[in-house]
Design a binder for this molecule. Structure first.
Ligand code: NAP
Length: 501
């Protein structure tokens, strides 16, 4: 049962203000508005809890993460019902996302048990070294302290209250304060109930996790500026992320802000592949573009294709997109932002609207535009993310223009090459350019459907992310919440256990 309250230090707390959820179906529900005072209360509790939690064994934290996964599994269908009603995402998608969420928690449990992430190093003492002796030195990664996590609108489970940011931070040994996304407060609360049950079952310190519901901008601002917060994980808009990033940088003690912001994820269909498979690649692209109503961070919004086969490609993409039905968007404001983006693209000269319909209310339909390389190159807006199922096909007059296009992009989460054997030389020449632009390069696939694994990089140069050394998906994401500490000539008896192994 939902209470509409915040969860802080083991208690469900009420505040005076209320905001309403905006479900696609069913009755709206009232939730308590978060306040800066609650942020302070949660941060003080998180700092207190950190002292004990950071000292827990990796086995104890792994058991805690596994228990959270078990509790989420136990709530199964209830989470799907509330999540689907709040976000409009189909139940099957949310069941899959729940599987990913518990899978991430269990992945991190195994990851910390193995201990490789600690990156332990040991320089033996060299007392007889001349001209100076060397002291014994040990290095190990240590948790940074309480951290803040912003739940994302587009992944109500896998990037939200118990999503990858929270799982990796708890695995590292950090206490976590989540600012729930106001698009799915009920889903946030149920998942927080699962974490609360796991805290009790595993006898973890109460302040190790808190959920503060949104409904007011000053919650996020207070959270990133709180002196006891040491790092922030965020997935959302470029504007919102940048504002919070700037607040982190302007603090008397600046802290890292791991923001995953905008990305249009270019797709390059190279000439041999285009000639052999334009119809199939276009159909696959249309499927990826419309998945989740185009509300994926890896949504492939722009395709570059040899102009000699562009008509075939466009016709196939158009056929696939025209057949797509309406899909509910995550919130009214995201649907409105999608309509505004469409209107902005429609104003650009020399752009042909191939598929266009009227989207109303919270429903999205696909849009498809095609244009020349010259027009695309002259219009920077066409390289920016549109959050929704809007695709742009760019007709490339010569092979050398693929490199020009690749160079023109700012940082991206992904870039995709469609290539056959005849494209190898061109693909090899593009790879060093793309490596400097993106976090993940794919061949002959589509970027939606991010694998959660040891090798995944879900990040990239700005604005794909605010920290190019980090990923927000996969086991490497734990690094965001760790700091290397070197221990010089410290007796074993007072070293952290993890420093010795
Ligand atoms: P958002 O507006 O950036 O909001 C994300 C979170 O940050 C929310 O909790 C929001 O609080 C908070 N926030 C945003 N700006 C803030 C500010 N200036 N001060 C304090 N807190 C702030 O993102 P969204 O609501 O998820 O979606 C809106 C747009 O974000 C979409 O249209 C899309 O363009 C983009 N988006 C991109 C991705 C991606 O992966 N690249 C993912 C999701 C969304 P409130 O709840 O109070 O607003």
């Amino acid at each position: 049962m939902l209470t509409g309250k915040h969860y802080i230090e083991g208690e469900w707390l009420e505040t005076d203000g209320r905001f309403s959820s905006q479900p696609v179906e069913g009755a709206a529900q009232e939730f308590c508005v978060g306040t800066p005072k609650l942020v302070d209360q949660a941060a003080v509790a998180a700092e207190e809890a950190f002292k004990a939690y950071a000292a827990t064994t990796r086995d104890a934290r792994a058991a805690f993460l596994t228990m959270i996964a078990d509790e989420i599994d136990a709530l199964g269908d209830e989470i799907t019902e509330v999540g689907s009603a709040e976000t409009g995402l189909p139940k099957a998608r949310l069941q899959g996302e729940r599987g990913r969420t518990v899978g991430q928690l269990r992945l991190f449990a195994n990851h910390i048990r193995l201990g490789d992430y600690l990156d332990r190093r040991h320089d033996q003492a060299l007392p007889d070294r001349a001209p100076l002796p060397r002291p014994e030195l040990r290095m190990v990664q240590r948790p940074v302290g309480p951290v803040a996590v912003f739940g994302a609108s587009n992944f109500p489970l896998a990037f939200s209250v118990a999503g990858g940011d929270t799982a990796s931070a708890l695995a590292a040994g950090c206490s976590v304060i989540v600012k729930g996304h106001s698009a799915h407060p009920g889903t946030s609360e149920i998942v927080a109930q699962a974490i609360a049950a796991a805290i009790d079952a595993c006898h973890m310190p109460k302040g190790v996790f808190a959920l503060i519901q949104g409904g007011s901008r000053d919650v996020g601002e207070a959270l990133v500026q709180h002196p006891l917060i040491n790092a922030v994980g965020f997935t959302g808009s470029l504007g919102g992320g940048r504002a919070l990033f700037d607040l982190c940088a302007a603090r008397p003690r600046p802290i890292p802000f791991f923001g995953e912001l905008g990305s249009i994820n270019p797709v390059f269909v190279l000439p041999a592949a285009a000639k052999a498979r334009a119809v199939d690649i276009a159909a696959g692209w249309a499927g990826s573009l419309t998945m989740g109503a185009g509300q994926f961070c890896t949504n492939p919004g722009v395709v570059f294709i040899d102009e000699s086969v562009a008509d075939t490609f466009t016709a196939s993409a158009s056929e696939a997109l025209t057949a797509m039905g309406k899909q509910a968007m995550l919130t009214d404001s995201i649907a409105e932002a999608y309509r505004q983006s469409i209107a902005q693209v429609q104003q650009i000269d020399n752009l042909r609207e191939v598929v266009g319909t009227n989207c109303a209310g919270r429903e999205a339909l696909p849009y498809l535009f095609d244009t020349t390389f010259e027009t695309w190159s002259a219009e920077p807006h066409l390289a920016e993310e549109v959050f929704g199922p809007l695709g742009i096909i760019v007709r490339v007059p010569s092979s050398k223009d693929f490199a020009t296009a690749a160079r023109a992009f700012v940082g991206q989460l992904t870039a995709t090459l469609h290539m056959d054997a005849g494209d190898t030389e061109l693909a090899a020449s593009l790879t060093p350019i793309l490596e400097r632009k993106v976090g993940r390069i794919l061949a002959n696939g589509f970027p939606t459907g991010v694998e959660v694994s040891d090798t995944m990089v879900h990040g990239g140069p700005y604005p794909a992310s605010t920290n190019f050394g980090a990923t927000s998906v996969g086991t490497l994401s734990i690094r965001r919440w760790l700091r290397p500490v070197c221990y010089q000539s410290m007796p074993d008896s007072i070293l952290p256990k993890d420093a010795i192994g």
